[in-house]
Design a protein around this ligand. Structure first.
Ligand SMILES: C[S@@+](CC[C@H](N)C(=O)[O-])C[C@H]1O[C@@H](n2cnc3c(N)ncnc32)[C@H](O)[C@@H]1O
Length: 240
């Protein structure tokens, strides 16, 4: 998968690209993440990529011509099928299912707005989908794009050390994940639940399922209606 990020601040991506799972996924060529500076597509002598909005109002807008020229260039060489995304608080809220869908494209081109946003004509011309990462406003789309990339790349084969790990996590079956423990088995009088030390896989699986149900019922009860509950699940929940 290739991800092209269209941004005025490509340097924001450098440390994230050089760290942890991102660095490993890039090194192993499971994913290619390229940043493209929109300013390189300006044509005036001052390299202006933004201008004040018609009709007044605070803040500046990214100008349509450099954004459009940047998209034309990126699309001309990107693998197919591709999707053009604009990070925006006005978009659909990012979800687990959306991140899985995004991971299936050969190429995703992500436009990061800044200041007050982007001239609507560039959005109308190029954007297939607008994505928000939540109901709040960030100063720019870069951090939001990193969240989208991170959530999507976890579903690409080879990105996580163990291919199972994305499948068993929160939201993968609509439930939140159960708690985890590592050594020491006892810490400040707090012991790890005994069943986890028993080596009894069926009992451990059942315990983890119950903890997952408990966690979901406590923090996000509406998710329980989005998954298929077994009779054992329902018995456990009604016993609580
Ligand atoms: C200050 S915001 C612009 C907000 C815009 N004027 C509005 O009220 O909807 C600048 C840029 O940050 C990005 N951004 C801000 N909040 C976001 C969010 N919740 N999700 C995704 N992108 C966001 C977008 O790319 C946006 O163009």
């Amino acid at each position: 998968m290739t991800i092209n990020v269209l941004t005025l601040f490509p340097e924001m991506f450098e440390s994230v690209k050089a760290s942890s799972i991102w660095a490993r996924a890039i090194d192993s060529q499971s994913i290619e993440i390229k940043t493209v500076n929109i300013r390189d597509y300006t044509t005036d002598k001052h390299n202006r990529a933004d201008d004040s909005p018609f009709g007044g109002g605070a803040g500046m807008l990214l100008k349509p011509e450099p954004v459009s020229a940047c998209f034309d260039d990126v699309i001309s060489s990107c693998p197919q099928p591709h999707l053009n995304v604009y990070m925006s608080p006005c978009g659909k809220t990012l979800s687990h299912d959306m991140s899985v869908d995004l991971s299936k494209y050969a190429c995703v081109n992500i436009l990061c707005g800044h200041y007050e946003g982007v001239d609507q004509r560039a959005i109308d011309k190029h954007i297939d989908m607008q994505i928000s990462i939540g109901d709040y406003v960030l100063t720019g789309g870069e951090l939001a794009a990193m969240v989208v990339i991170d959530a999507a790349m976890r579903h690409i084969g080879g990105v996580l050390g163990n291919d199972q790990s994305a499948e068993n996590e929160s939201f993968s079956d609509a439930l939140l994940e159960h708690p985890h423990y590592t050594r020491p088995a006892v810490l400040d009088d707090k012991a790890v639940p005994e069943v986890l030390l028993s080596g009894h896989h069926t009992k451990i699986e059942q315990y983890n399922r119950q903890m997952s149900l408990q966690q979901t019922a406590k923090s996000r009860p509406e998710l329980l209606g989005k998954t298929v509950l077994t009779k054992d699940d329902i018995d456990y929940l009604t016993s609580k």
